[in-house]
Design a protein around this ligand. Structure first.
Ligand code: 3HC
Length: 294
């Protein structure tokens, strides 16, 4: 595997997606600089990397030596200045436009003039983010799917001002990492989320109206439609806050009622039940899933 025309790649934000992306890049033999906002967040990011590669060792997919090599390729830091010699930086911070714009303004200052800057946004406008920099022609979207180390699709997004060469270089990188790129325009939800979230939202609305239980809807789609997981298990994996943000972004752009977020989804997010990451979403996880002691 190879990184094509890129050899050193920065990843800003080491949450579930950012850490997964850093792992994919390091597995592909690239030098990676992982940036987080403070030491506590950096320790959490290191935890994601340790857990994911540790799981691969336990399952016999990776040797302990291979794991060490992957982790050694990743330098962790809280200083943006450490991105100065990266050829490409992928931003994976939370889905808030103002935050992403601040990150891009900072990247524009510290990164080499010829570096490509990419956002892993799943719902925001890449164009809106690109124009905060002095190099919008070198800004692209690169949208990985959750879990990033497993899912093979990566959407590569060019805007009306992106130089086609930047899109081609990033698509080549994705191929070199053993993943499959699709090149898409800057429209809310791109391709996969635009199609997937109409279905997920309908499942939530169906449950909210008492049409069927969560378990039966999940079973119907898993067993009947042959999907790897039912819609509620999948929304809990993605994170219900992210699901709500994606739906709101698509609905804002299209006004298509299929994407008007189902009330039950909003209620769960308001209650802080965000899915696996908080121990409960549509379904309970971890100790919350254990039956209460008699
Ligand atoms: N990180 C790293 N590896 C993981 C993982 C994780 N979080 N979860 C599972 N894996 C790996 C396992 O180690 C295993 O690898 P191996 O085959 O090399 O041993 C492999 O994935 C299969 O895992 P399991 O046997 O434990 O479980 P499953 O067979 O049930 O697969 C799944 C788990 C891959 C998550 C599968 O259920 C699946 O494909 N689900 C659908 C996921 C999906 O649709 N994602 C897209 C969501 S939309 C999105 O992300 C867009 C965003 O913008 C919102």
């Amino acid at each position: 595997m190879s990184g094509g025309s890129f050899s050193k790649v920065g990843v800003v934000g080491l949450g579930t997606m950012g850490a997964g992306i850093a792992e994919v890049l390091a597995r592909g033999g690239l030098a990676v600089v992982g940036i987080e906002i403070n030491d506590e967040a950096l320790a959490r990011g290191r935890g994601h990397l340790d857990d994911s590669t540790g799981r691969a060792v336990k399952r016999g997919k990776l040797t302990e030596e291979g794991r060490r090599e992957i982790l050694d390729r990743i330098t962790l830091s809280t200083a943006f200045a450490d991105l100065a010699d990266c050829d490409l930086v992928i931003e994976a911070v939370p889905e808030r436009l103002e935050l992403k714009r601040r990150v891009f303004a900072e990247l524009d200052k510290v990164c080499r003039a010829d570096a490509v800057l990419a956002t892993n946004t799943s719902s925001l406008s890449v164009t809106d983010i690109a124009i905060t920099t002095g190099r919008p022609a070198q800004v692209v979207g690169v949208h990985f799917f959750n879990p990033a180390p497993v899912m093979r699709l990566v959407e590569v997004i060019g805007t009306v001002v992106t130089e086609p060469g930047a899109v081609t270089r990033v698509a080549d990188l994705v191929r070199g990492l053993g993943k499959t790129p699709v090149v898409v325009g800057d429209r809310a939800g791109f391709v996969a989320n635009r199609l997937l979230f109409g279905y997920l939202n309908q499942a939530a609305a169906m449950y909210g109206s008492g049409h069927a239980t969560l378990e039966d809807i999940d079973t119907a789609m898993k067993v009947g439609a042959g999907l790897p997981m039912g819609p509620f298990t999948l929304m809990d994996l993605i994170g219900l806050d992210t699901c709500l943000e994606v739906l709101e972004a698509i609905y804002r752009e299209t006004r298509d009622r299929r994407h008007a977020p189902a009330p039950v989804l909003r209620e769960l997010v308001t209650a802080g039940l965000l899915g696996r990451k908080t121990g409960r979403g549509f379904h309970p996880y971890g100790s919350a899933a254990e039956p209460a002691a008699a």
